[in-house]
Design a protein around this ligand. Structure first.
Ligand code: ADP
Ligand code: MG
Length: 703
């Protein structure tokens, strides 16, 4: 047993927190920093030098030798380039370390090889990283030693955002400004800021390290490209919330410790639906910090898993036939004086401000369903959305019984007289406590569900950054608030105007509300009747980015310029083609060098057995049948392999990024499926000891 440790003591140990700044900075500098964090603006050069020096001293005391501007390029993961604090040796030969305000605030990675979607040609490679003072610096302990990481935004020489953080910060400012207008209209004079709160729930798989290293598909693509379902999948539902295995428990314990040290407030951990699948959820934080922390969570999961000789798979669909992984984006708006704008209270029918904000959000989600869908698109997520185990690719909003009833009253009569209540929970056991139930049950099949005092956007993929989904969400809601405020600020009678506008929004956008089973076929049909978009793939979703509506929306709130949107779209096409290309090449390699040779060898030995049995005068027909089945599948596999190779050759000739992406979707992916099918059948026919790599059963149940 490890000795107990004190969470309060280790929490934030590796973070340059406000408390540490208060301790280490002169009072006036500390005040300046806090003011910039809370109200924006820039630090003076002198103060920046003082902060940088204090930060460096603290980092060095904790063993840091290097610092890095930590940023989030359009790859969706993080990037870092390490510089040591070493500056020069003095005349005695002592090394002097230093870190200036300039180095803290601004970096210039030669970043021409990060995806920019044409925003920055390679010959004009300049890109700048700039300190995001609102997200605290932290120390990363890794094989490379201890590094001071400074969260930064990443822009081109011309000021275009080359990252995911900059637009997110812009969108937070936009929704703050517009939400404040609404609050003022409702008579709120006390709140000075509206923050976006985000709480991500992160799903992941763990598999044994050695076994994973025996599979090229896991090594190169993070998912299995071949693999037959084991006799037991997730149908017994015995894994979800089940007892956590020792090995996984030890991993979780270490993960928690590492994350707490980094100031990540992770709270909940449990087994997920699929065997080998788990989930971790931190407590919600301000959006940009939550997004940074989610990146830290993903990195730390991978690192700690390695220490436990396991591999953490963050891919959205590592295994066919069992549930994939997502990332639930819990989102709400809270004022700096603690008011959650999405809290309906006990009697939502009387809470006009809440109902009005709700109606604005419904309008936003309905108007921009295509953009919201796009914000959760990534290549891996295409295996998940709409695949009957994850939210469908159709955006709809679940409100729950209580709110749906209130909304119905408002639409029908213009007033909401009552709110349904939950009533007492009755278990029939007198010794169990009775309590008031929630007014609403949950709905796990909705992509965008109201869950008490927040919305839960469940479409985001497990490996994706949370930045895009929150950037879009913030901006579309900012627009709805802004349009409403434009009308209400001019209204003669505010109460009547609010009432009319709310009724109008709810009536016009009620088609987005859906409380039923989002996984059903009927819903797909019903949604089509309602005219809701059903965008099936990442590359089809990409077009939403550059529609007239999108350019106007993001442009008017200064979140993305037209050029920035176009660049993002181009990167989606590029990335899609690259990802499928790697998967296809990996399949070709595994099929031709591992599976086919193994099957041929097995078939050969079976053929020899057939001859021996025949010579011995016994009945060889069972073996012959088996051999025929195997060689039949082998022939199919060989043909499918040739098709896939042919597809790859044709792809090489396509120059246009968009055309190439569509070629990979429409030609190469079906060819991959066609190759997988006979291979998976063969796996069931060939002796297990002759199969060239670990199977699903090995990975999921013995990992
Ligand atoms: P569940 O969704 O399963 O009920 P929780 O209630 O624990 O789980 O919430 C899941 C996530 O939602 C957590 O990260 C939690 O901190 C976050 N969350 C809770 N309240 C809010 C809020 N007001 N805004 C944003 N996220 C929130
Ligand atoms: Mg949840």
């Amino acid at each position: 047993m490890n000795s107990a440790f004190n969470v309060e003591e280790i929490f934030g140990q590796n973070v340059f927190t406000r408390a540490k700044m208060r301790e280490r900075l002169p009072k006036n500098v500390y005040k300046e920093v806090v003011s910039v964090i809370e109200n924006g603006g820039a630090l003076s050069k002198e103060s920046a030098d003082v902060v940088a020096n204090a930060m460096k001293n603290w980092a060095v005391e904790h063993g840091a030798t290097h610092y890095t501007h930590w940023f989030q390029p359009l790859t969706g993961i993080t990037a870092e380039k390490h510089d040591s604090f070493v500056t020069s040796a003095d005349s005695d030969g002592h090394m002097i370390t230093s870190f200036s305000g300039k180095e803290l605030i601004k970096g210039e990675p030669d970043a021409s090889s990060f995806p920019s979607g044409g925003l920055r040609a390679t010959f004009e490679a300049r890109g700048y990283t700039t300190w995001d003072i609102t997200s605290p610096a932290f120390l990363k302990e890794s094989g490379a030693g201890v590094t001071l990481c400074i969260p930064t935004a990443f822009c081109s020489y011309t000021g275009d955002a080359l990252d995911k953080k900059t637009p997110l910060l812009r969108s937070m400012e936009a929704v703050n400004r517009q939400a404040l207008r609404i609050l003022r209209l409702f008579g709120n004079t006390s709140s000075s800021k509206v923050n976006v709160s985000v709480g991500p729930e992160q799903e992941y798989f763990l598999v044994d390290w050695d076994k994973s290293m025996k599979r090229e598909d896991l090594i190169f693509t993070g998912r299995t490209l071949f693999g037959a379902m084991p006799p037991k999948g997730q149908e017994m539902e015995d894994h979800y919330f089940g007892v956590i295995r020792e090995r996984v428990g030890e991993f979780m314990k270490d993960l928690n410790t590492e994350l707490w040290k980094l100031g990540v407030p992770d709270k909940t951990q449990h087994n997920e639906v699929a065997p080998g699948q788990h989930e971790l959820a931190p407590i919600y934080e301000t959006a940009n910090i939550a997004v940074d922390h989610n990146q830290i969570i993903m990195e730390t999961m991978k690192r700690v898993a390695e220490h436990h000789h396991m591999r953490c798979l963050l891919h959205e669909k590592p295994f066919a036939g069992v549930n994939g992984s997502g990332k639930h984006d819990n989102w709400s708006l809270c004022t700096d004086d603690g008011i959650n704008l999405l809290d309906p209270g006990d009697t939502p029918n009387k809470n006009v401000q809440f109902l009005f904000i709700l109606s604005c959000i419904l309008k936003a989600v309905d108007t921009h369903a295509d953009l919201l869908r796009q914000s959760a698109a990534d290549v891996g997520n295409d295996h998940r959305l709409g695949a009957n185990e994850a939210p469908p690719a159709i955006i709809s909003v679940f409100l729950g019984e209580q709110l749906e009833d209130v909304v119905r009253q408002l639409i029908e009569t213009g007033v909401a007289k009552s709110s349904k209540r939950g009533g007492k929970l009755k278990t029939g056991v007198s010794t169990l406590p009775q309590f008031e139930k929630d007014a609403t049950d949950r709905n796990r099949t909705s992509p965008f569900a109201f869950t008490g005092n927040k919305f839960e956007f469940r479409m985001v993929g497990s490996s994706d950054s949370m930045a895009s989904s929150n950037t879009t969400l913030n901006t579309i809601v900012a627009e709805a608030f802004s349009e409403a405020a434009d009308i209400l600020e001019k209204a003669e009678d505010f109460d009547i105007a609010v009432h009319d506008l709310m009724k109008e929004y709810l009536t016009d956008h009620q088609r987005i509300i859906f409380n039923g089973d989002g996984y059903s076929d009927e819903w797909v049909e019903e949604a089509a009747r309602r005219g809701l978009p059903n965008i099936k793939s990442t590359i089809e979703a990409a077009d939403a980015l550059t529609s007239k509506k999108s350019i106007e929306l993001f442009g008017s709130f200064g979140v993305y310029t037209k050029t920035e949107l176009e660049s993002r779209k181009e990167i989606i096409f590029e990335n899609y083609a690259k990802t499928i290309n790697i998967e296809a090449l990996t399949m070709i390699d595994m099929a031709s060098k591992q599976i086919i040779p193994a099957v041929m060898k097995y078939a050969g030995s079976l053929a020899r057995d057939v001859n021996e049995i025949r010579q011995a005068g016994a009945d060889e027909s069972a073996l012959v049948d088996e051999l025929r089945e195997i060689t039949g599948e082998l022939t199919k596999m060989k043909r499918a392999l040739d098709e896939l190779k042919d597809g790859e050759n044709r792809a090489r000739k396509i120059r246009d990024e968009r055309e190439l992406a569509y070629f990979y979707k429409d030609v190469v992916r079906p060819a991959m499926d066609a190759l997988r099918e006979p291979a998976d059948k063969l796996e069931m026919l060939v002796d297990k000891k002759d199969w060239p790599f670990p199977t699903y059963a090995d990975l999921l149940f013995e990992g």
